[in-house]
Design a binder for this molecule. Structure first.
Ligand code: ADP
Ligand code: MG
Length: 239
């Protein structure tokens, strides 16, 4: 059960008439073909569907990383298309956590520094940044890797650093693209426990792309994308 504070802090997501294509004119590739759905504040949505269905594109649009061409996305009270570029960047660092499929870690920084960088963008003072980075690295089981650089870490360890970075600013909406794709079962469970704690304790809304039935089973809702459309029988169906 979510406490009322937690629910108040989580954000609901509304998507209306969302279409997306890459390229223009003759070269345009339609990817999302008209999506309408709502996500309840504080829920955990598993976003599923075959490769090429548009899952990563949808996450990029929800996170304000890809400009919306057609349709609307509301994150809580905020209409994404209504934000100017600078406002969007500020909004993203304050509200949204992103775990990319390809990690997006900076090679020259250690694991701890990668996490601390995200916190400095969020305006957290140095001492607090170090403490929080170490806490969150501990949560994902990487205490003894905090001083390592990405190329000194395995794929699974890099993935956990990317997750720690996304969680560090305590986002209201966490968007994760196959966050357990490179993890063994034990590390995957551990990461899912951390995500679940963020949801229950902080009311964070989670949208997690996954191919893994074990991961999807832990969601409260599922969205199934196929060829740029939601499979209607599965929209919002509780897990
Ligand atoms: N930046 C891009 N430019 C052109 N086409 C892209 C780009 N990103 C994705 N696509 C195409 O859009 C389609 C959906 O991709 P994506 O959203 O990554 O799907 P999924 O994450 O479900 O595998 C694919 O056909 C892909 O090739
Ligand atoms: Mg993808």
């Amino acid at each position: 059960m979510l406490g009322s504070d937690a629910v108040a802090r989580g954000v609901a997501v509304s998507v209306r008439g969302l279409q997306h294509e890459y390229g223009r004119g003759r070269h345009a590739v339609p990817v999302l073909r008209g999506l309408d759905f709502d996500i309840e504040a504080g829920s955990h949505v598993a976003l599923q569907g075959p490769s090429g269905a548009g899952k990563s594109t949808l996450l990029s649009l929800l996170g304000g990383l890809e400009p919306i061409r057609e349709g609307e996305i509301w994150i809580g009270e905020t209409r994404l298309r209504g934000l100017r570029r600078g406002e969007l960047a500020e909004y993203r660092s304050r509200v949204i956590g992103f775990v990319f499929q390809h990690f997006g870690l900076l090679d020259v920084l250690t694991a701890r520094e990668n996490v601390m960088l995200a916190l400095s963008l969020a305006g957290i003072p140095l001492q607090q940044r170090m403490r929080r980075a170490d806490e969150i690295l501990d949560d994902v089981g990487l205490t003894d890797r905090a001083g390592h650089r990405p190329q000194q870490l395995s794929g699974g360890e890099q993935q956990r650093v990317a997750i720690a970075r996304a969680l560090s600013s305590r986002p209201h909406l966490l968007l994760a693209d196959e966050p357990t794709g490179n993890l063994d079962e034990e590390s995957a469970e551990r990461v899912l426990d951390v995500l679940e704690r963020l949801r229950v304790d902080n009311g964070c809304t989670l949208v997690v792309v996954t191919h893994n039935p074990m991961v999807a089973a832990r969601a409260t809702h599922r969205l199934h994308l196929r060829e740029g459309r939601l499979a209607p029988e599965l929209v919002g169906e509780p897990a």
